[in-house]
Design a protein around this ligand. Sequence first.
Ligand code: ZN
Length: 302
Amino acid sequence: MECYNKGINILEIFRTNRSLNGLICAHCQSEEVIRYGTYNKKQRYKCKTCKRTFTDFTNSPLNMCHFLNKWPAFIKCTIMGLSLRKSARLIGVSYITLFYWRHKFLIALKNVKNTEFIGLVEVADTFLAYSLKGQKGIDNRAPRKCGRKYKYLLGEKVCVLIATDQSENTACRATLNLGFNKRCVDAAIGNLVSKENTLAFSQKPAYSSFCRDKKITFYNSSIKEYKINLGENYLNNFLNWMLRFKGIASKYTNNYLAWFKFVFRINFDDTSIGIRELIKIMSSEYISEINSSICKQRLDVA
Ligand SMILES: [Zn+2]
C-alpha cells in the first residue's frame, strides 16, 4: 500500500486548498490571520479575531493524526469499499484507529453542501430495517418479526430518499420514520428543491402532497408514463454496494450515503487521481467531531 503515497503530499493539498481564496481561521473563518511559528514541524497560524492558533489540519479529519503518510492508502481502501479489518491489515494501523478515521472522513464528506438542482428532479425511496448493530447494553429489544416486510412500516424504519437531476447532481438522505408522509419528504429534500424544479416520482401520495404544499409542479410516473430511471438505478447501486458491509448501525446511514455518493462520483477511481480528489474534498470541510463524539451520531426523526 505504501506505493500509493508516491507523489501524494497531503499537507501540500490541504495547504493549497485551504488558502485558495486567502487563508481563513479554522475556528471562526475570520480572514485576520497571521503566521505564528511552527507546531510539531507544521506551520502554525494565529487568528486576530478569536485569538486562537491553528495549523493546516485543524478541524479536519486529520487533526492530531500521527500517521499522515498512511492516509493515501486509507483513502484507497475507502474507495475500494474494504472493511475496516481488511484495511487495517493492509495499512498496518489498528482497527479501532481506522474506525475513527473512517467516520471523521465520512462526516467531512457528509458536510459537503449539495449544489442546487436544475430542472427536472427524480425522487425515489427505499426503506431499511432499523438496526442497533454494535450498540452495547440494549434493553427491551423487541423480538424480530417475520413476514409483513416493510409495507406497513410497523415500528421504526430508516427511509432513504434520493433526488437526482438530469445532470446527475444527487442528494441522498436517511431519516427515521414511523410512517411515510410529506414531512419525511420535506425533511429529506425540502431545502434542495424549489418552484424552479419539476419533481418526478412513482405513485406515492406523500410526494404529491409535498409538491402541492411547496407549489412545485410534478409528474407522477403512473400518470405520465415517466420512468424514474436515474433515481431508482442509483438506489439499487447503493443497496448492492452496501451488501459488502453485512448490515450497519442505522445511526451511520447518512455517513455511508455520503461515502457512496463520492466514490460513485469519481467512478470508484482508486488511482492517485481519485485519492487526490477525495483528499481535496476533505480539506475543504471543517469538522469539529472528536473520537468521543463519533458514536453519538443519531438519525433525525421525520
Ligand atoms: Zn478565529
